[in-house]
Write a protein that binds this ligand. Structure first.
Ligand SMILES: Cc1cc2nc3c(=O)[nH]c(=O)nc-3n(C[C@H](O)[C@H](O)[C@H](O)COP(=O)(O)OP(=O)(O)OC[C@H]3O[C@@H](n4cnc5c(N)ncnc54)[C@H](O)[C@@H]3O)c2cc1C
Length: 197
């Protein structure tokens, strides 16, 4: 299970500050130690649109389609995901829920084998990949690239890093939060304090 930051806006905090100061026509730019306080003040006031100028993209691999089904519900995100229409899922990798005991993990693995066999059977019978995939499980591992602005990432972290969120999406979002907090602590450190400590 891997989450890697592919790209992020250059100087994101300065860009956000610049955007907000355009609104207020204030000129206190270039005092780096104040940028963070300034951004947190914007967030506190609910003036979050300046955060939309900064973007980040992540590549997420080895998580299940069950996780990505939840992630893609976030509508302000750009998404590109490995297709089960175009890519064969023979011998697919899968995610095993960590809650399973050792015995049950074996049984789960054998169920996955059965499904791999079912998938192959339908391909052999001439069904197209787009239809043979109907027998595939939510556990199928996938690859997904997402891009969003910082306001949307904050929203996603706020609802997906809590203990109410399902473990797998929580795991992904905590990793993304950790990465973004390193490049833009002024935007994310309140959430990092809340969810990562
Ligand atoms: C704990 C948990 C349990 C869940 N359980 C279920 C479930 O059982 N079934 C289910 O179907 N879903 C479930 N969801 C998914 C949830 O309903 C949302 O679809 C998902 O979290 C995306 O949230 P969002 O719409 O706020 O975010 P985004 O799509 O990321 O949008 C961000 C924000 O933009 C604004 N926005 C976006 N689009 C519009 C719009 N069209 N109109 C007005 N404002 C908009 C809203 O303020 C929104 O909060 C669950 C989510 C969580 C966190």
């Amino acid at each position: 299970m891997n989450v890697s930051l592919l790209s992020v806006t250059n100087g994101p905090e300065q860009l956000i500050e610049r955007a907000a100061r355009t609104c207020y026509q204030s000129s206190d730019m270039a005092i780096p130690e104040k940028t963070s306080d300034f951004i947190q003040k914007l967030i506190g006031m609910g003036h979050e649109t300046p955060l939309e100028h900064a973007y980040a993209s992540f590549m997420i691999t080895g998580y299940s389609r069950s996780m990505t089904h939840q992630l893609v519900r976030h509508r302000l995100m750009a998404v590109s995901q490995k297709s089960q229409r175009y890519v064969k899922e023979n011998d697919f990798d899968y995610v095993t829920p960590p809650e399973l005991s050792d015995d049950n993990t074996e049984e789960f693995a054998s169920d996955m084998k059965i499904i791999q066999g079912m998938y192959k059977k339908w391909l052999d019978k001439g069904l197209k990949k787009e239809d043979a995939r109907f027998v595939l499980p939510n556990a199928c591992a996938t690859e997904i690239m997402i891009s969003a602005n910082f306001r949307e990432f904050r929203h996603i972290f706020n609802i997906r890093c809590t203990r109410h969120a399902q473990w797998e999406i929580r795991n992904v979002c905590m990793k993304m939060l950790k990465e973004l907090n390193q490049v833009a602590p002024g935007v994310f450190n309140d959430l990092a304090d809340k969810f990562l400590s």
